[in-house]
Design a protein around this ligand. Sequence first.
Ligand SMILES: Cc1cc2nc3c(=O)[nH]c(=O)nc-3n(C[C@H](O)[C@H](O)[C@H](O)COP(=O)(O)OP(=O)(O)OC[C@H]3O[C@@H](n4cnc5c(N)ncnc54)[C@H](O)[C@@H]3O)c2cc1C
Length: 426
Amino acid sequence: MKRRQFLHGAGAGLLAVSATGCAAIAAPGRNAPHVVVIGGGYGGATAARYLRMWSGQGIAVTVIEPNPAFISCPLSNLVLGGSATLADLTLTYERLVRVHGVRVLRDSATAIDTARRTVTLAGGAVLGYDRLVLSPGIELLSGALPGLERADAQQQVLHAWKAGPQTAALRAQLAAMPDGGVFALTIPPAPYRCPPGPYERACQVAHYFSAFKPRAKVLILDANDDVVSKGALFKRIWRERYGGIVEYRPSFRTAAVDAGARTAISELGDRVQASVLNVIPPQRAGAIAVQTGLANVNGNWCGVDFLTFESTAAPYVHVLGDAIQTSPLMPKSAHMANQHAKVCAAAIVELLAGRAPAPDPVLTNTCYSFVSARDVIHVASVHAYDAARKTLLVVPGSGGVSQDASAIEGEYAWNWARNIWADTLG
Ligand SMILES: Cc1cc2nc3c(=O)[nH]c(=O)nc-3n(C[C@H](O)[C@H](O)[C@H](O)COP(=O)(O)OP(=O)(O)OC[C@H]3O[C@@H](n4cnc5c(N)ncnc54)[C@H](O)[C@@H]3O)c2cc1C
Protein backbone atom coordinates (compact mmCIF):
# COMPACT_ATOMS: atom_id res chain seq x y z
CA MET A 1 0.00 0.00 0.00
CA LYS A 2 2.97 2.34 0.50
CA ARG A 3 3.97 2.25 -3.16
CA ARG A 4 0.44 2.38 -4.43
CA GLN A 5 -2.47 4.63 -4.04
CA PHE A 6 -5.89 3.16 -4.76
CA LEU A 7 -8.36 5.43 -6.44
CA HIS A 8 -12.08 4.95 -6.92
CA GLY A 9 -13.08 6.19 -10.37
CA ALA A 10 -16.72 6.87 -11.25
CA GLY A 11 -18.03 3.68 -12.79
CA ALA A 12 -14.48 2.51 -13.29
CA GLY A 13 -13.92 0.34 -10.22
CA LEU A 14 -10.45 0.38 -8.69
CA LEU A 15 -7.49 1.89 -10.47
CA ALA A 16 -3.97 1.13 -9.26
CA VAL A 17 -1.50 3.97 -9.73
CA SER A 18 2.16 3.74 -8.75
CA ALA A 19 3.94 6.39 -6.66
CA THR A 20 5.42 7.80 -9.87
CA GLY A 21 1.95 8.20 -11.31
CA CYS A 22 2.43 5.44 -13.89
CA ALA A 23 -0.05 2.60 -14.08
CA ALA A 24 1.59 -0.47 -12.59
CA ILE A 25 0.68 -4.08 -13.18
CA ALA A 26 -0.30 -5.68 -9.92
CA ALA A 27 -0.40 -9.46 -9.88
CA PRO A 28 -3.90 -10.42 -8.80
CA GLY A 29 -3.93 -11.94 -5.33
CA ARG A 30 -4.25 -15.69 -4.80
CA ASN A 31 -8.01 -15.35 -4.40
CA ALA A 32 -8.45 -12.82 -7.20
CA PRO A 33 -11.50 -13.45 -9.36
CA HIS A 34 -10.72 -15.06 -12.70
CA VAL A 35 -12.37 -14.10 -15.98
CA VAL A 36 -11.78 -16.33 -18.99
CA VAL A 37 -12.28 -14.69 -22.40
CA ILE A 38 -12.88 -16.92 -25.42
CA GLY A 39 -11.79 -15.13 -28.60
CA GLY A 40 -9.12 -12.45 -28.97
CA GLY A 41 -10.94 -10.42 -31.65
CA TYR A 42 -12.60 -7.02 -31.40
CA GLY A 43 -14.96 -7.98 -28.58
CA GLY A 44 -12.78 -10.35 -26.55
CA ALA A 45 -9.49 -8.44 -26.60
CA THR A 46 -11.21 -5.15 -25.71
CA ALA A 47 -13.05 -6.81 -22.81
CA ALA A 48 -9.79 -8.33 -21.53
CA ARG A 49 -7.97 -5.00 -21.63
CA TYR A 50 -10.76 -3.05 -19.92
CA LEU A 51 -11.33 -5.75 -17.27
CA ARG A 52 -7.69 -5.37 -16.27
CA MET A 53 -7.70 -1.55 -16.38
CA TRP A 54 -11.03 -0.98 -14.65
CA SER A 55 -10.34 -3.50 -11.88
CA GLY A 56 -6.94 -1.94 -11.15
CA GLN A 57 -5.46 -5.28 -12.26
CA GLY A 58 -7.48 -6.90 -9.48
CA ILE A 59 -9.14 -9.41 -11.81
CA ALA A 60 -7.04 -12.16 -13.41
CA VAL A 61 -7.87 -12.39 -17.11
CA THR A 62 -7.05 -15.25 -19.48
CA VAL A 63 -7.75 -14.94 -23.22
CA ILE A 64 -8.06 -18.10 -25.34
CA GLU A 65 -7.29 -17.43 -29.01
CA PRO A 66 -5.98 -19.89 -31.64
CA ASN A 67 -4.50 -17.29 -33.99
CA PRO A 68 -0.96 -16.04 -33.35
CA ALA A 69 -1.89 -12.46 -34.31
CA PHE A 70 -4.91 -10.21 -34.67
CA ILE A 71 -5.91 -9.45 -38.28
CA SER A 72 -8.50 -6.72 -38.74
CA CYS A 73 -11.52 -7.39 -40.95
CA PRO A 74 -12.21 -3.63 -41.11
CA LEU A 75 -10.12 -2.27 -44.03
CA SER A 76 -9.51 -5.81 -45.37
CA ASN A 77 -11.53 -4.98 -48.51
CA LEU A 78 -8.68 -2.55 -49.32
CA VAL A 79 -6.44 -5.59 -49.82
CA LEU A 80 -8.76 -6.67 -52.65
CA GLY A 81 -8.67 -3.16 -54.13
CA GLY A 82 -4.88 -3.15 -53.90
CA SER A 83 -4.35 -0.13 -51.61
CA ALA A 84 -3.46 -2.05 -48.40
CA THR A 85 -1.75 -5.29 -47.49
CA LEU A 86 -2.64 -7.80 -44.80
CA ALA A 87 0.55 -6.74 -43.01
CA ASP A 88 -0.99 -3.24 -42.63
CA LEU A 89 -3.92 -4.83 -40.75
CA THR A 90 -2.03 -7.29 -38.55
CA LEU A 91 -1.28 -6.57 -34.89
CA THR A 92 0.21 -8.57 -32.05
CA TYR A 93 -1.10 -9.42 -28.58
CA GLU A 94 2.21 -8.30 -27.08
CA ARG A 95 0.95 -5.12 -25.35
CA LEU A 96 -2.12 -6.89 -23.97
CA VAL A 97 0.28 -9.28 -22.22
CA ARG A 98 3.15 -6.96 -21.30
CA VAL A 99 1.36 -3.72 -20.48
CA HIS A 100 -1.95 -5.04 -19.20
CA GLY A 101 -0.95 -8.36 -17.67
CA VAL A 102 -3.49 -10.42 -19.63
CA ARG A 103 -2.60 -14.08 -19.99
CA VAL A 104 -3.06 -15.06 -23.66
CA LEU A 105 -3.18 -18.79 -24.40
CA ARG A 106 -2.81 -19.84 -28.03
CA ASP A 107 -5.46 -22.53 -28.00
CA SER A 108 -9.14 -23.12 -28.80
CA ALA A 109 -12.02 -23.66 -26.40
CA THR A 110 -13.68 -26.98 -27.23
CA ALA A 111 -16.26 -27.21 -24.42
CA ILE A 112 -17.88 -25.05 -21.75
CA ASP A 113 -19.45 -26.53 -18.62
CA THR A 114 -21.72 -23.71 -17.47
CA ALA A 115 -22.74 -25.60 -14.29
CA ARG A 116 -19.17 -26.29 -13.11
CA ARG A 117 -17.94 -23.02 -14.67
CA THR A 118 -15.08 -24.57 -16.60
CA VAL A 119 -13.70 -24.24 -20.13
CA THR A 120 -11.90 -27.16 -21.79
CA LEU A 121 -9.20 -26.35 -24.34
CA ALA A 122 -8.12 -28.32 -27.42
CA GLY A 123 -4.73 -28.71 -25.77
CA GLY A 124 -6.38 -30.56 -22.87
CA ALA A 125 -6.27 -27.90 -20.13
CA VAL A 126 -9.40 -27.18 -18.10
CA LEU A 127 -9.78 -23.61 -16.81
CA GLY A 128 -12.14 -22.56 -14.03
CA TYR A 129 -13.81 -19.15 -14.19
CA ASP A 130 -15.82 -16.79 -12.03
CA ARG A 131 -17.17 -15.11 -15.15
CA LEU A 132 -16.78 -16.17 -18.78
CA VAL A 133 -16.72 -13.71 -21.69
CA LEU A 134 -17.44 -15.28 -25.05
CA SER A 135 -16.71 -13.33 -28.23
CA PRO A 136 -16.20 -16.05 -30.86
CA GLY A 137 -17.42 -14.04 -33.85
CA ILE A 138 -19.34 -15.89 -36.54
CA GLU A 139 -19.50 -19.34 -38.02
CA LEU A 140 -19.72 -19.19 -41.83
CA LEU A 141 -22.22 -21.80 -42.98
CA SER A 142 -20.50 -22.55 -46.31
CA GLY A 143 -20.98 -26.27 -45.77
CA ALA A 144 -24.76 -25.81 -45.62
CA LEU A 145 -24.85 -24.67 -49.28
CA PRO A 146 -25.18 -27.64 -51.67
CA GLY A 147 -22.01 -27.74 -53.78
CA LEU A 148 -19.92 -26.06 -51.10
CA GLU A 149 -19.85 -28.86 -48.54
CA ARG A 150 -16.41 -30.12 -49.48
CA ALA A 151 -13.13 -28.49 -48.49
CA ASP A 152 -11.85 -28.47 -52.09
CA ALA A 153 -14.96 -26.55 -53.26
CA GLN A 154 -14.44 -24.06 -50.43
CA GLN A 155 -10.83 -23.58 -51.61
CA GLN A 156 -12.09 -22.63 -55.08
CA VAL A 157 -15.08 -20.48 -54.12
CA LEU A 158 -13.85 -18.23 -51.34
CA HIS A 159 -15.70 -16.11 -48.77
CA ALA A 160 -12.85 -13.89 -47.52
CA TRP A 161 -15.25 -12.89 -44.73
CA LYS A 162 -12.65 -13.49 -42.02
CA ALA A 163 -9.55 -11.45 -42.83
CA GLY A 164 -6.50 -13.65 -43.41
CA PRO A 165 -5.39 -16.25 -45.95
CA GLN A 166 -8.71 -16.14 -47.84
CA THR A 167 -8.34 -12.38 -48.33
CA ALA A 168 -4.93 -12.88 -49.95
CA ALA A 169 -6.24 -15.81 -52.01
CA LEU A 170 -9.20 -13.80 -53.33
CA ARG A 171 -6.87 -10.96 -54.26
CA ALA A 172 -4.75 -13.48 -56.21
CA GLN A 173 -7.87 -14.76 -58.03
CA LEU A 174 -8.76 -11.18 -59.02
CA ALA A 175 -5.21 -10.48 -60.21
CA ALA A 176 -5.26 -13.65 -62.35
CA MET A 177 -8.70 -12.89 -63.81
CA PRO A 178 -8.70 -11.90 -67.49
CA ASP A 179 -9.79 -8.41 -68.53
CA GLY A 180 -13.36 -8.81 -69.72
CA GLY A 181 -14.16 -11.37 -66.99
CA VAL A 182 -16.90 -11.16 -64.35
CA PHE A 183 -16.43 -11.02 -60.57
CA ALA A 184 -19.70 -12.19 -58.94
CA LEU A 185 -20.28 -11.56 -55.24
CA THR A 186 -23.18 -13.22 -53.40
CA ILE A 187 -24.59 -11.62 -50.24
CA PRO A 188 -26.55 -13.67 -47.64
CA PRO A 189 -29.83 -12.56 -46.05
CA ALA A 190 -29.37 -10.10 -43.17
CA PRO A 191 -28.33 -10.31 -40.39
CA TYR A 192 -24.71 -10.93 -41.31
CA ARG A 193 -21.31 -9.55 -40.24
CA CYS A 194 -20.79 -5.93 -41.37
CA PRO A 195 -23.91 -4.80 -43.27
CA PRO A 196 -22.09 -2.37 -45.64
CA GLY A 197 -19.06 -4.66 -46.08
CA PRO A 198 -20.17 -6.50 -49.26
CA TYR A 199 -21.07 -3.24 -51.01
CA GLU A 200 -17.72 -1.74 -50.00
CA ARG A 201 -16.09 -4.87 -51.48
CA ALA A 202 -17.93 -4.33 -54.76
CA CYS A 203 -16.56 -0.74 -54.86
CA GLN A 204 -13.02 -1.90 -54.13
CA VAL A 205 -13.05 -4.51 -56.89
CA ALA A 206 -14.64 -2.02 -59.32
CA HIS A 207 -11.96 0.51 -58.40
CA TYR A 208 -9.25 -2.06 -59.16
CA PHE A 209 -10.92 -3.07 -62.45
CA SER A 210 -11.34 0.54 -63.59
CA ALA A 211 -7.55 0.98 -63.35
CA PHE A 212 -6.26 -2.43 -64.45
CA LYS A 213 -9.04 -4.45 -66.19
CA PRO A 214 -11.37 -1.83 -67.72
CA ARG A 215 -13.51 -4.39 -69.58
CA ALA A 216 -14.17 -6.52 -66.45
CA LYS A 217 -17.48 -6.41 -64.54
CA VAL A 218 -18.66 -6.66 -60.92
CA LEU A 219 -21.98 -8.45 -60.44
CA ILE A 220 -23.61 -8.21 -56.99
CA LEU A 221 -26.10 -11.02 -56.28
CA ASP A 222 -27.90 -9.88 -53.13
CA ALA A 223 -30.28 -12.19 -51.24
CA ASN A 224 -31.84 -9.08 -49.74
CA ASP A 225 -34.51 -7.08 -51.57
CA ASP A 226 -32.40 -3.92 -51.51
CA VAL A 227 -28.97 -2.67 -50.42
CA VAL A 228 -28.88 -3.27 -46.65
CA SER A 229 -26.77 -0.25 -45.61
CA LYS A 230 -26.08 3.21 -47.09
CA GLY A 231 -28.21 2.13 -50.06
CA ALA A 232 -28.78 5.48 -51.77
CA LEU A 233 -25.10 6.40 -51.49
CA PHE A 234 -23.76 3.09 -52.76
CA LYS A 235 -26.17 3.09 -55.71
CA ARG A 236 -25.19 6.63 -56.64
CA ILE A 237 -21.49 5.74 -56.44
CA TRP A 238 -21.96 2.67 -58.64
CA ARG A 239 -23.84 4.82 -61.16
CA GLU A 240 -21.53 7.84 -61.15
CA ARG A 241 -18.10 6.25 -60.60
CA TYR A 242 -18.48 2.69 -61.76
CA GLY A 243 -21.20 2.93 -64.44
CA GLY A 244 -20.84 0.03 -66.86
CA ILE A 245 -18.74 -1.92 -64.34
CA VAL A 246 -21.06 -2.64 -61.39
CA GLU A 247 -24.42 -4.35 -61.81
CA TYR A 248 -26.66 -4.84 -58.75
CA ARG A 249 -29.17 -7.69 -58.74
CA PRO A 250 -31.44 -7.80 -55.61
CA SER A 251 -33.46 -10.79 -54.33
CA PHE A 252 -30.96 -13.35 -55.68
CA ARG A 253 -31.04 -15.95 -52.92
CA THR A 254 -28.10 -18.29 -53.49
CA ALA A 255 -29.34 -21.81 -52.83
CA ALA A 256 -26.48 -23.85 -54.33
CA VAL A 257 -23.07 -23.48 -55.94
CA ASP A 258 -21.32 -25.34 -58.76
CA ALA A 259 -17.79 -24.68 -57.60
CA GLY A 260 -16.04 -26.26 -60.61
CA ALA A 261 -18.05 -24.09 -63.00
CA ARG A 262 -17.82 -21.05 -60.68
CA THR A 263 -21.60 -20.77 -60.84
CA ALA A 264 -24.08 -19.48 -58.26
CA ILE A 265 -27.57 -21.01 -58.44
CA SER A 266 -30.54 -19.09 -57.00
CA GLU A 267 -33.49 -20.67 -55.20
CA LEU A 268 -35.49 -19.99 -58.40
CA GLY A 269 -32.94 -21.97 -60.42
CA ASP A 270 -31.20 -18.99 -62.10
CA ARG A 271 -27.55 -19.80 -62.83
CA VAL A 272 -24.85 -17.12 -62.90
CA GLN A 273 -21.41 -18.11 -64.12
CA ALA A 274 -18.41 -15.95 -63.19
CA SER A 275 -14.64 -15.80 -63.75
CA VAL A 276 -14.24 -15.28 -59.98
CA LEU A 277 -17.11 -16.30 -57.70
CA ASN A 278 -17.06 -14.95 -54.13
CA VAL A 279 -19.80 -16.45 -51.95
CA ILE A 280 -20.42 -14.82 -48.58
CA PRO A 281 -22.43 -17.59 -46.92
CA PRO A 282 -25.19 -17.32 -44.30
CA GLN A 283 -23.87 -16.95 -40.77
CA ARG A 284 -24.59 -17.67 -37.15
CA ALA A 285 -22.80 -17.26 -33.81
CA GLY A 286 -19.36 -18.89 -33.53
CA ALA A 287 -19.55 -22.69 -33.20
CA ILE A 288 -18.59 -22.86 -29.52
CA ALA A 289 -21.61 -20.70 -28.64
CA VAL A 290 -23.99 -22.85 -30.66
CA GLN A 291 -22.63 -26.12 -29.29
CA THR A 292 -22.93 -24.84 -25.69
CA GLY A 293 -26.61 -23.99 -26.20
CA LEU A 294 -26.00 -20.27 -25.85
CA ALA A 295 -27.39 -19.50 -29.33
CA ASN A 296 -30.93 -19.46 -27.98
CA VAL A 297 -32.43 -17.12 -30.61
CA ASN A 298 -33.49 -19.25 -33.63
CA GLY A 299 -30.53 -21.50 -32.87
CA ASN A 300 -28.37 -18.85 -34.55
CA TRP A 301 -27.62 -15.97 -32.21
CA CYS A 302 -27.07 -15.54 -28.46
CA GLY A 303 -29.64 -13.66 -26.42
CA VAL A 304 -28.11 -11.26 -23.86
CA ASP A 305 -29.16 -8.84 -21.14
CA PHE A 306 -28.05 -5.51 -22.61
CA LEU A 307 -27.10 -4.08 -19.17
CA THR A 308 -24.36 -6.67 -18.67
CA PHE A 309 -24.20 -8.74 -21.87
CA GLU A 310 -24.84 -11.76 -19.66
CA SER A 311 -26.34 -14.64 -21.61
CA THR A 312 -30.07 -15.25 -21.24
CA ALA A 313 -29.27 -18.99 -21.50
CA ALA A 314 -26.61 -19.43 -18.81
CA PRO A 315 -25.53 -17.40 -15.76
CA TYR A 316 -21.95 -16.12 -15.36
CA VAL A 317 -21.46 -16.25 -19.15
CA HIS A 318 -21.33 -12.97 -21.11
CA VAL A 319 -21.53 -12.91 -24.91
CA LEU A 320 -20.24 -10.06 -27.09
CA GLY A 321 -19.86 -8.95 -30.68
CA ASP A 322 -21.21 -10.57 -33.81
CA ALA A 323 -22.42 -13.65 -31.90
CA ILE A 324 -25.29 -11.85 -30.14
CA GLN A 325 -28.90 -11.30 -31.15
CA THR A 326 -28.58 -7.57 -31.68
CA SER A 327 -31.02 -4.92 -30.55
CA PRO A 328 -33.09 -3.14 -33.23
CA LEU A 329 -30.92 -1.51 -35.96
CA MET A 330 -27.66 -2.49 -34.23
CA PRO A 331 -25.13 -3.65 -36.83
CA LYS A 332 -22.74 -6.55 -36.39
CA SER A 333 -19.61 -4.40 -36.47
CA ALA A 334 -16.19 -4.12 -34.86
CA HIS A 335 -17.23 -0.77 -33.41
CA MET A 336 -20.27 -2.36 -31.73
CA ALA A 337 -18.22 -5.33 -30.46
CA ASN A 338 -15.84 -2.82 -28.87
CA GLN A 339 -18.76 -1.03 -27.22
CA HIS A 340 -20.36 -4.28 -26.00
CA ALA A 341 -16.98 -5.16 -24.46
CA LYS A 342 -16.76 -1.94 -22.46
CA VAL A 343 -20.33 -2.19 -21.11
CA CYS A 344 -19.65 -5.82 -20.22
CA ALA A 345 -16.25 -5.17 -18.59
CA ALA A 346 -17.68 -2.35 -16.46
CA ALA A 347 -20.61 -4.57 -15.44
CA ILE A 348 -18.36 -7.51 -14.50
CA VAL A 349 -16.14 -5.26 -12.37
CA GLU A 350 -19.26 -4.09 -10.52
CA LEU A 351 -20.81 -7.55 -10.20
CA LEU A 352 -17.59 -9.10 -8.86
CA ALA A 353 -17.47 -6.31 -6.27
CA GLY A 354 -21.06 -7.08 -5.24
CA ARG A 355 -22.47 -3.89 -6.75
CA ALA A 356 -25.17 -3.29 -9.34
CA PRO A 357 -24.05 -2.52 -12.91
CA ALA A 358 -24.73 0.92 -14.39
CA PRO A 359 -28.44 1.17 -15.32
CA ASP A 360 -28.17 3.33 -18.44
CA PRO A 361 -25.47 2.31 -20.95
CA VAL A 362 -25.12 4.31 -24.18
CA LEU A 363 -23.24 2.86 -27.15
CA THR A 364 -22.05 4.50 -30.36
CA ASN A 365 -21.24 3.12 -33.80
CA THR A 366 -19.62 4.39 -36.99
CA CYS A 367 -19.18 2.22 -40.07
CA TYR A 368 -16.87 3.65 -42.74
CA SER A 369 -16.78 2.25 -46.29
CA PHE A 370 -14.02 2.91 -48.80
CA VAL A 371 -15.50 3.45 -52.25
CA SER A 372 -12.04 3.93 -53.82
CA ALA A 373 -8.49 3.80 -52.45
CA ARG A 374 -9.03 7.23 -50.92
CA ASP A 375 -12.69 8.25 -50.76
CA VAL A 376 -15.00 7.12 -47.97
CA ILE A 377 -18.62 7.29 -46.79
CA HIS A 378 -19.93 6.62 -43.29
CA VAL A 379 -23.08 5.84 -41.31
CA ALA A 380 -23.23 6.51 -37.55
CA SER A 381 -25.73 5.83 -34.76
CA VAL A 382 -26.18 6.10 -30.98
CA HIS A 383 -27.91 3.30 -29.03
CA ALA A 384 -29.26 3.95 -25.49
CA TYR A 385 -30.71 1.47 -23.00
CA ASP A 386 -34.50 1.58 -22.71
CA ALA A 387 -35.42 0.26 -19.27
CA ALA A 388 -39.07 -0.35 -20.18
CA ARG A 389 -38.25 -2.47 -23.22
CA LYS A 390 -34.99 -3.87 -21.76
CA THR A 391 -33.13 -3.29 -25.00
CA LEU A 392 -30.90 -0.73 -26.71
CA LEU A 393 -32.73 1.67 -29.01
CA VAL A 394 -31.38 4.17 -31.52
CA VAL A 395 -31.56 7.69 -30.07
CA PRO A 396 -33.85 9.65 -32.42
CA GLY A 397 -31.89 12.23 -34.43
CA SER A 398 -28.52 10.75 -33.46
CA GLY A 399 -25.85 9.65 -35.88
CA GLY A 400 -26.20 10.31 -39.58
CA VAL A 401 -24.87 9.41 -42.97
CA SER A 402 -22.42 11.03 -45.40
CA GLN A 403 -23.76 13.26 -48.16
CA ASP A 404 -21.04 12.09 -50.54
CA ALA A 405 -17.72 10.23 -50.59
CA SER A 406 -14.65 12.29 -49.73
CA ALA A 407 -10.92 12.04 -49.10
CA ILE A 408 -11.23 13.72 -45.68
CA GLU A 409 -13.52 10.86 -44.61
CA GLY A 410 -10.78 8.53 -45.85
CA GLU A 411 -8.42 10.12 -43.33
CA TYR A 412 -11.07 9.81 -40.61
CA ALA A 413 -11.52 6.13 -41.47
CA TRP A 414 -7.82 5.34 -41.12
CA ASN A 415 -7.76 7.29 -37.83
CA TRP A 416 -10.82 5.37 -36.65
CA ALA A 417 -8.96 2.12 -37.38
CA ARG A 418 -5.76 3.17 -35.60
CA ASN A 419 -7.79 4.31 -32.58
CA ILE A 420 -9.85 1.14 -32.29
CA TRP A 421 -6.76 -1.06 -32.70
CA ALA A 422 -5.06 0.81 -29.84
CA ASP A 423 -8.27 0.61 -27.79
CA THR A 424 -8.56 -3.14 -28.42
CA LEU A 425 -4.97 -4.28 -27.98
CA GLY A 426 -3.42 -1.58 -25.79
C1 LIG B 1 -14.72 -7.40 -45.09
C2 LIG B 1 -15.14 -6.88 -43.75
C3 LIG B 1 -15.08 -5.53 -43.48
C4 LIG B 1 -15.48 -5.05 -42.23
N1 LIG B 1 -15.42 -3.69 -42.01
C5 LIG B 1 -15.81 -3.20 -40.82
C6 LIG B 1 -15.72 -1.80 -40.56
O1 LIG B 1 -15.27 -1.01 -41.41
N2 LIG B 1 -16.12 -1.35 -39.34
C7 LIG B 1 -16.60 -2.19 -38.39
O2 LIG B 1 -16.93 -1.70 -37.30
N3 LIG B 1 -16.71 -3.53 -38.61
C8 LIG B 1 -16.33 -4.05 -39.80
N4 LIG B 1 -16.40 -5.41 -40.02
C9 LIG B 1 -17.04 -6.28 -39.00
C10 LIG B 1 -16.08 -6.71 -37.89
O3 LIG B 1 -14.95 -7.35 -38.42
C11 LIG B 1 -16.79 -7.65 -36.92
O4 LIG B 1 -18.03 -7.11 -36.57
C12 LIG B 1 -15.95 -7.85 -35.65
O5 LIG B 1 -14.75 -8.52 -35.99
C13 LIG B 1 -16.72 -8.62 -34.58
O6 LIG B 1 -15.92 -8.83 -33.45
P1 LIG B 1 -16.05 -10.21 -32.63
O7 LIG B 1 -15.20 -10.09 -31.42
O8 LIG B 1 -17.47 -10.57 -32.49
O9 LIG B 1 -15.44 -11.30 -33.63
P2 LIG B 1 -13.96 -11.42 -34.20
O10 LIG B 1 -13.30 -10.09 -34.26
O11 LIG B 1 -14.06 -12.24 -35.44
O12 LIG B 1 -13.19 -12.28 -33.10
C14 LIG B 1 -13.58 -13.61 -32.82
C15 LIG B 1 -12.34 -14.35 -32.34
O13 LIG B 1 -12.75 -15.53 -31.67
C16 LIG B 1 -11.83 -16.56 -31.96
N5 LIG B 1 -12.50 -17.84 -31.70
C17 LIG B 1 -13.59 -18.36 -32.31
N6 LIG B 1 -13.91 -19.55 -31.76
C18 LIG B 1 -13.03 -19.78 -30.77
C19 LIG B 1 -12.83 -20.85 -29.84
N7 LIG B 1 -13.61 -21.93 -29.83
N8 LIG B 1 -11.81 -20.76 -28.94
C20 LIG B 1 -10.99 -19.65 -28.92
N9 LIG B 1 -11.13 -18.61 -29.79
C21 LIG B 1 -12.13 -18.69 -30.70
C22 LIG B 1 -11.47 -16.32 -33.43
O14 LIG B 1 -10.23 -16.90 -33.78
C23 LIG B 1 -11.44 -14.80 -33.50
O15 LIG B 1 -10.13 -14.27 -33.31
C24 LIG B 1 -15.97 -5.93 -41.24
C25 LIG B 1 -16.00 -7.31 -41.51
C26 LIG B 1 -15.60 -7.78 -42.75
C27 LIG B 1 -15.63 -9.26 -43.02
